[in-house]
Design a binder for this molecule. Structure first.
Ligand code: PMP
Length: 456
């Protein structure tokens, strides 16, 4: 591997090699810290990342919630190799390639009934901004151009483009950039700290319906004639796996329907298996008007995202007419529906089906749930634990003056022990691969328990 890809050894990559590392401004990483003390991933295999010392590190977040089928799946690798050798790029502007049509059909088959038109993007952030633009343009096409405002949720995450950070509510991602698009935020759906609920919190808890009904206050304040869409993650991933109470999403659905507001589910994390269903819409039994996906659709192998809409939304654009060269939606990306990404997507969807990955997630979820919740006693700093499907978040009490230090420390110590997990805000996040064994889940949770005890 080192010879084939000129991967330097870890010794060569130590701070002595800082000049070589200077040019790359790394994303979502503390650059100074990394460049002083790097952790390299140079290969991957199944449920493991492999570091520059050849160590196998369990991939406890499935990449970034995207490689549930494990790394290096032969069927996906071969599909990508074949496609890149056949058609490595295809232009738009009145030209198309068949794989994107095939993939759209395969995606629609897995969507709740009624969601059946797919617009492709290159990422989840692009999907978020695409969905917001479709929502505004849809109302404009229907003669309701005043419907421009969006409603997101406190601690919601919809990527990092300007639309996404405006409707998103993770303060750290917005504070340097401001808000570009008019948006308000519904309250966070997290129950009081220390609830330690399993799966979905019950509807009769004090935080249930009233949370969704705050949407009525925002509608009263702004008037439905100014509101284009409500966008939520069915459960918030980046906020640390925050699952809404039973009935919350249905109540949002009902209010949006009553007031002619589009409901967008951002299923970039929840789509294609992590909930043990094709979508969270299916798992929670609530159908949005627009559904965003990315990540797991290609098993993370190629960048691909998209937006699925109801047919009548698509038809509204098609009915607008105009000259034959007119674009119904003047929007798209150079890499929308990239043929190599579509090939990866087709192979990944086939494998998800063929491996019975969804059933596997459903079977593993209770094992994972029990292990994760057993961490409650590992440290007094653990103030809450939440889970759904193969995703979990632990909240850690802040260190005075350095509120986010503990989750960071946990993630770094876990890496040293041979486990990759993510820190995010005051939480530690877990999303093991669908192909995990029970023993691997045990080891992951045991290592986390040991780490939490060390830090106490
Ligand atoms: N929406 C959600 C719910 C996400 O979790 C993410 C990524 N974590 C995004 C959007 C953004 O996706 P990307 O990083 O592919 O732009």
């Amino acid at each position: 591997l080192r010879a084939a890809f000129a991967v330097p050894t870890s010794a060569e990559l130590r701070p002595g090699g800082a000049d070589w590392m200077a040019a790359h401004w790394m994303p979502f990483t503390g650059n100074r810290q990394f460049k002083a003390d790097p952790r390299w991933v140079v290969a991957a295999d199944g449920a493991y990342l492999i570091d520059a010392d050849g160590r196998r590190v369990f991939d406890g977040l499935s990449g970034l919630w995207c490689t549930g089928l494990g790394h290096g799946r032969r069927e996906i690798v071969q599909a990508v190799q074949r496609q890149v050798a056949t058609l490595d790029y295809a232009p738009a502007f009145q030209f198309g390639h068949p794989l994107s049509f095939e993939l759209a059909n395969r995606i629609v088959e897995r969507m709740p009934a009624g969601l059946n038109r797919v617009f492709f993007t290159g990422s989840g952030s692009e999907a978020a901004d695409t969905a917001l633009k479709i929502a505004r343009a849809y109302w404009r096409a229907r003669g309701q151009a005043s419907k421009t405002r969006f409603i997101g949720r406190v601690k919601g995450y919809h990527g990092v483009n300007f639309g996404g950070i405006s409707v998103g509510g993770i303060v750290g991602n917005r504070k340097l950039f401001g808000q570009a698009v008019e948006a308000d935020h519904l309250p966070h759906t997290q129950p009081p700290a220390g609830s330690f609920y399993r799966g979905q919190p019950p509807a009769d808890a004090p935080y249930a319906q009233t949370l969704a009904e705050q949407l009525l206050d925002l509608i009263a304040l702004h008037d439905a004639s100014t509101i284009a869409a409500v966008i939520v993650e069915p459960f918030s991933g980046s906020a640390g796996v925050v699952v809404p109470p039973v009935g919350y999403l249905q109540r949002l659905r009902d209010i949006c329907t009553q007031h002619d507001i589009l409901l967008i589910f951002d299923e970039v994390i929840t789509g294609f298996g992590r909930c043990g269903a094709w979508t969270a819409a299916e798992a929670f039994g609530v159908v949005p008007d627009v559904l965003n996906f990315a990540k797991q659709v290609t098993n993370g192998v190629q960048p691909l995202g998209g937006v699925v809409v109801r047919q009548d939304i698509y038809d509204t654009f098609m009915a607008a007419g105009g000259p034959e060269y007119a674009l119904e939606l003047p929007h798209g990306y150079t890499y929308s529906a990239h043929p190599v990404a579509c090939a990866a997507g087709l192979a990944a969807l086939h494998l998800l089906q063929h491996d019975e990955a969804l059933a596997r997630v459903r079977a593993l979820a209770p094992v994972f749930e029990a292990k994760v919740h057993a961490l409650r006693g590992a440290s007094p700093h653990v103030t809450d634990i939440r889970n759904y499907g193969l995703a979990a978040g632990l909240t850690l009490a802040p260190v005075p003056g350095e509120p986010l230090k503990r989750p960071f420390e946990v993630a770094m110590r876990m890496w040293a022990k041979g486990f990759y997990v993510r820190y995010g805000g005051d939480t530690v996040q877990l999303a093991p691969p669908f192909i995990s064994t029970e023993a691997q889940i045990d080891d992951l949770c045991d290592a986390l328990g040991q780490t939490l005890r060390e830090l106490t």
